[in-house]
Each structure stands twice: as structure tokens, then as C-alpha cells.
Write a protein that binds this ligand. Structure first.
Ligand code: C2O
Ligand code: CU
Length: 468
């Protein structure tokens, strides 16, 4: 890594004593005083929930010593969690009270192009924008983050990321662990300077750091009851793929995988480890009832070579007491209404590549130009894209507007963790993958890109015009 700084501000023999922060839930505005969406071009008929978030500079106590200057939604890091009920729209007014241009994308959402946070749809300093989210999609773990052209990596690293969680009845009736037993985990890595400021250098290969920062907490511990918890794992690292497992005294602890990017899988999958590329989400259920009080469990990462190594332990869970557990993980979680290959009428290829000199990442041989349309597609057509990776690295491919399913990877059926709805997927080096989707409701210009944010910022991104 060029210009790798010296890191003196973390302790390699660390102890996990900082209580894990749980991002606060955003508080809706009184509807009476909330503004109707003016800039989105969407109609809000009937009821919607309104939020107003001020994007502003903030100081966050991450390490002992001086706080770290960051930028946060509502001045917080992570941003407040936005919760929505399927079918009840949300209007989020994002007010840019910061000094740089921003644009805010709700990752995984089916939204109009006006509300998608297009990379040059800037909110200038001192201005605001109303984003309209229909929430007409499955319950799941989504997230919102900055998407400014060339600066997404810098802005997300500085703090602009938060959870957006959709609930629905179909999920509620399953009686999965909920409330305080449903814990979102924003997994990130950071490099600190000796004065506790963040060190960021957006080099084209990716940036990370040795220090895990989980929900804005360094060396975190979560005290848990001896019962089941739902953990919503979000890889919010700029560039690092995480290979996670849980461990008690060096022994791996199995868990149940219940959901991927676009919500619940058909059935829970028992697993011992899970790989999450940047931008992906996986929800797991860990049953701490299998362990006596005072057990300490680690969440560990087996690091991927490529960027500066991360300390292997991300956080700890400590079982502090027993509790009656009425939550269940039923054998059948949801129905996935798959699109079928035989119904596909549109076919396309997206090639993930690199220039001959090895310096520039490309999609379909080109780099992002917001003035150019790269792919024209039609609404309501079942579409299959072949994602061809002509590089030797895994790239997390993310398509806006739709959830897709994976038909095959290198000709083989996808493993169970990739068999549900996805919006981001690691395309293996020198491999290929076919995905199937349908742009149902919206038309307009949307981007698709690598979610390794420094690749994206060096324009490993193209755009699609969805035509009615
Ligand atoms: Cu999470 Cu286009 O981004
Ligand atoms: Cu990439």
C-alpha cells in the first residue's frame, strides 16, 4: 500500500471493554410540520413517515484521547437507523450542513431515479433534498450512504453510513429474535493517525486499516443473555472482504444464516463461516443458550491479503445471564418468487476488467462518465446478465434498482448463502456468474459499479438507462 502510515494509536493486546454502540433509531418528524417532497418528482399520496437528517461535521470518541473528527447523518456515526414498514413510504430530508457536496443512496432499494442518489445529483452545501422511499419491497437489512462521484470512499470512511431496516408482516409472524435481540452490526476498518484523526488515502486499489470499528466502537463487547440473537452483518468496509466466524476458546461456533441482501432466505442454513464482500449483508442467528454464563465469544476475521492486515478479532460477546427465550427460527422462512431462465427475453454482459497497464479498473472496457449511457434496458423484461471477471481479484458487483438472484457461478449452482435475493455479489477472479432480474416499476438512469469504494471512485462504474 503506497504511503502506508504508521499506526500507533491502537493496542495490539487489546481488551474488549467498550460497550458496543447500538445506532439510535431516527425519530420521525411530526407529519404536520414536515414538508411535502418538493424535489423528488414523486407523489406522496396518503401517509408517509418523515425524517430530517442534518449531515454535518462531528467529533466521535473512538479511541482514548482526543475525539476523531468525522461527518455524520444527524451528526452521528453510524447514522441513525431508519426503520420502515413495508408499503408505508418514507420521506427523508437530507440537509447538507457540511462543506462538501453529497448525494445519498439507499442501498438495495427500489426507488425512482430522482431518489436514488445518483453520483452527480449533488446536494450542495447549505441545500437539502427530499428522498422518497416507497418501501415496497421485502423486509430486510438495507443501508444508506453517500454516493458522491469520485468521493464515495472518502465520505463513507469519514462516517456517512447508516442502517435502513424494513420490516413486514410475513417476517414478523415468524417470531425471529426481535427488539433488543435484533442487533445490526456495521463492520468497518479504519486507519488512525497518532492524533486520532482518520487517515485516508483513496488509492485505486482500496483503503482500509488495522483497527476494526464496529457500529462506531473500537474494541467492543456486547453483553448478551443466554438466548438467540439476530445479528445483521453489514460489511461497511471501503475495500475489505470479510471472512467471518465466531469462536469460543479457539473453537468455531456454528450459526444459522437466515437472510441475505434482499431479505429472508427460504430456509435457515447452518454455517460455520461466512464471506461478506463490501456492501453485502447477511443476517445470522446465534444461539448463546449453548454456553454458560461468563462465556466470551469472539467474532473473528480471517484476513484477505491485498490491503493492510486487519486485527483478527472484531468484537466480543459476553454471556452475562440466562433468560427465557421464546424466539424461534422456523424451518421455512420465506418464499422466493424466482424469475426463471426460460422467461428471460433480454441478455447482457458486464465485464469487470482492468486496463493493459494494470492501473485502471473498468466495466465493459470503460470508466464512468455521468454524461454517457452505457446500457439501455427496458422495464418489465426478465433479464439475464453474465458478469465476467477478467481480473484475478474478486470484485463486489452492485446493481442499483433491483434485487437479483444468482443463476450460476462458473456454471455451478450458487452456494446456499448466494441463493436468495442479492443486490451485491462478489464475482470471483477470472470467473463468471449469471444473474437474473426484472426492472419492474421505475425508469431512468441508474448506476452499477464495483462496491470496493476506491474502485468505484476510480470509476469502475457505468450507467444504465431503464426505459419504460
Ligand atoms: Cu452501496 Cu451504488 O452503492
Ligand atoms: Cu472492484
Amino acid at each position: 500500500v503506497p504511503n502506508a502510515p504508521k499506526h500507533t494509536s491502537y493496542d495490539p493486546n487489546r481488551v474488549f471493554t467498550n460497550p458496543l454502540r447500538i445506532p439510535e433509531e431516527a425519530t420521525p418528524e411530526e407529519t404536520a410540520s414536515a414538508q411535502a417532497p418538493g424535489t423528488t418528482g414523486d407523489a406522496t399520496s396518503g401517509s408517509a413517515t418523515y425524517y430530517r437528517l442534518s449531515i454535518r461535521a462531528t467529533n466521535v470518541q473512538l479511541l482514548p484521547g482526543p475525539p476523531t473528527p468525522m461527518v455524520g447523518f444527524a451528526g452521528r456515526f453510524p447514522g441513525p437507523t431508519l426503520k420502515a414498514e413495508r408499503g408505508i413510504p418514507t420521506v427523508v430530508t437530507q440537509a447538507n450542513d457540511w462543506i462538501e457536496n453529497v448525494t445519498i443512496h439507499n442501498h438495495g432499494h427500489k426507488v425512482s431515479a430522482e431518489s436514488d442518489g445518483h453520483p452527480v445529483d449533488y446536494i450542495l452545501p447549505g441545500k437539502h433534498k427530499n428522498y422518497y422511499y416507497p418501501n415496497d419491497q421485502r423486509a430486510g437489512t438495507y443501508w444508506y450512504h453517500d454516493h458522491t462521484m469520485d468521493l464515495t470512499g472518502a465520505h463513507v470512511y469519514a462516517g456517512l453510513a447508516g442502517f435502513y431496516i424494513i420490516h413486514d408482516r410475513a417476517e414478523d409472524v415468524l417470531n425471529l429474535p426481535s427488539g433488543s435481540y435484533d442487533v445490526p452490526l456495521l463492520l468497518q476498518d479504519r486507519t488512525f493517525k497518532a492524533n486520532n484523526e482518520l487517515d485516508y488515502f483513496g488509492n485505486p486499489h482500496g483503503w482500509g486499516g488495522p483497527t476494526p470499528v464496529i457500529n462506531g466502537t473500537v474494541n467492543p463487547v456486547l453483553n448478551v443473555a443466554a438466548r438467540k440473537y439476530r445479528l445483521r452483518l453489514l460489511n461497511g468496509c471501503n475495500a475489505r472482504t470479510l471472512n467471518l466466524h465466531f469462536s469460543v476458546q479457539g473453537k468455531p461456533v456454528p450459526f444459522q444464516l437466515i437472510a441475505s441482501d434482499g431479505g429472508l432466505l427460504e430456509a435457515p442454513v447452518p454455517m460455520k463461516a461466512i464471506t461478506i464482500t463490501p456492501g453485502e449483508r447477511y443476517d445470522v442467528v446465534m444461539d448463546f443458550a449453548n454456553f454458560p454464563v461468563n462465556t466470551v465469544m469472539d467474532l473473528l476475521n480471517d484476513d484477505d491479503p491485498g490491503i493492510e492486515p486487519l486485527l483478527p478479532a472484531l468484537m466480543q460477546f459476553k454471556v452475562t445471564h440466562t433468560e427465557v427465550d421464546r424466539a424461534t427460527v422456523p424451518p421455512r422462512l420465506s418464499t422466493i418468487d424466482r424469475l426463471h431462465e426460460k422467461d428471460a427475453v433480454v441478455f447482457g454482459t458486464v465485464e469487470l476488467g482492468v486496463s493493459a497497464d494494470g492501473e485502471t479498473w473498468t466495466l465493459n472496457g470503460t470508466t464512468y462518465d455521468p454524461a454517457r449511457i452505457d446500457i439501455r434496458s427496458k422495464r418489465d423484461k426478465v433479464t439475464i446478465w453474465t458478469l465476467k471477471n477478467a481480473t484475478e481479484f474478486t470484485h463486489p458487483f452492485h446493481k442499483h434498482l433491483v434485487q437479483f438472484t444468482v443463476l450460476d457461478i462458473n456454471g455451478q449452482p450458487p452456494p446456499p448463502e448466494l441463493a436468495g435475493w442479492k443486490d451485491t455479489v462478489g464475482v470471483p477472479g477470472n470467473g463468471s456468474m449469471r444473474i437474473i432480474f426484472k426492472n419492474e416499476q421505475f425508469s431512468g438512469t441508474y448506476v452499477l459499479h464495483c462496491h470496493r469504494l476506491e474502485h468505484e471512485d476510480h470509476r469502475m462504474m457505468i450507467q444504465e438507462s431503464v426505459e419504460p
